[in-house]
Design a protein around this ligand. Sequence first.
Ligand code: C2E
Ligand code: MG
Ligand code: MG
Ligand code: MG
Length: 286
Amino acid sequence: HQAEDLSKSCVIYDAELSEKILDQIVLESDMHKALSNEEFYLVYQPQVNSKTGKVFAVEALIRWEHPTRGLISPAEFIPMVEKSGLIISIGEWVMNTACRQLKTWHEQGCLDLAVSVNLSTRQFYQENLVETVESILRKYDVPGYFLKLEITESMAMVNLEHSIRVLHNLKKLGIQIAIDDFGTGYCSLSYLKDLPFDLIKIDRSFIQNLDAANHSDLTILSMARFLHMRVIAEGVETLGQVELLNEKECYHIQGYLFSQPLKPQDVIGKIQQIEQQFEKESGETL
Ligand code: C2E
Ligand code: MG
Ligand code: MG
Ligand code: MG
């Protein structure tokens, strides 16, 4: 009874807060139907080699088209699904959809294209993650080499021993591991060197601060090099940023400059456009 009285007084005294909480509860219950109602879809953002002009991979990014609220960003709903445990089935759906789509692109002639998929913390710590991923790869006949999985430093840090073991097992399948949002977390070399990953994605916040006067921000690139890691720059929006990154021998670029995340049917056209544009421009400078 007391608890009930308490919650009532909350509603009375903090209407705004309770409205927010109610809103979350409604959204969470909507989420349970969203998967079966096919309200989720994936968009794909190209990753470009600025030296060769080739699109070598696309990152799969989830979207939720809510029937009444419209488009909801993953930054908003992923933390909610993460709490509800629904993330496991959504994560599996993402993996299935991305691999099936990749198979289609390969069949359409994009033979070298890889796909990068974000993992959530719960997914990464789920017991049968490796088996699940393996069976999805087998189902769509996609070699592990074409799949990249993105985790963050803080995810890996929850249990370093687990992370090392799982990453090793994923790598045995040929999968490449990327550290997402690099530079925003712990960034401690002492443990990073123990984690078997292949790629570092430098967070957009570093790229945003990048200008001619701000070279020091790229010490993070020296760090990646020290770890013998390949580097992808995230959130690249200007040619100036590309030039500065290239000066530091960072050629793998993802960002609005080359392309927004795209619906699957628009990906091949965009890849051709990016690659033709590059050929045209390098022809002009020759
Ligand atoms: P992320 O993995 O770091 O993805 C990069 C985010 O930066 C994406 O936001 C992308 O649209 C955005 N972005 C890319 N280039 C630019 C740029 O040039 N400028 C700006 N301003 N933004 C750029 P998005 O799609 O809203 O995703 C946000 C985050 O949600 C992702 O960050 C990722 O952590 C999470 N997420 C997205 N899809 C999934 C998924 O399928 N599963 C899981 N677990 N998390 C996901
Ligand atoms: Mg990512
Ligand atoms: Mg992220
Ligand atoms: Mg990121």
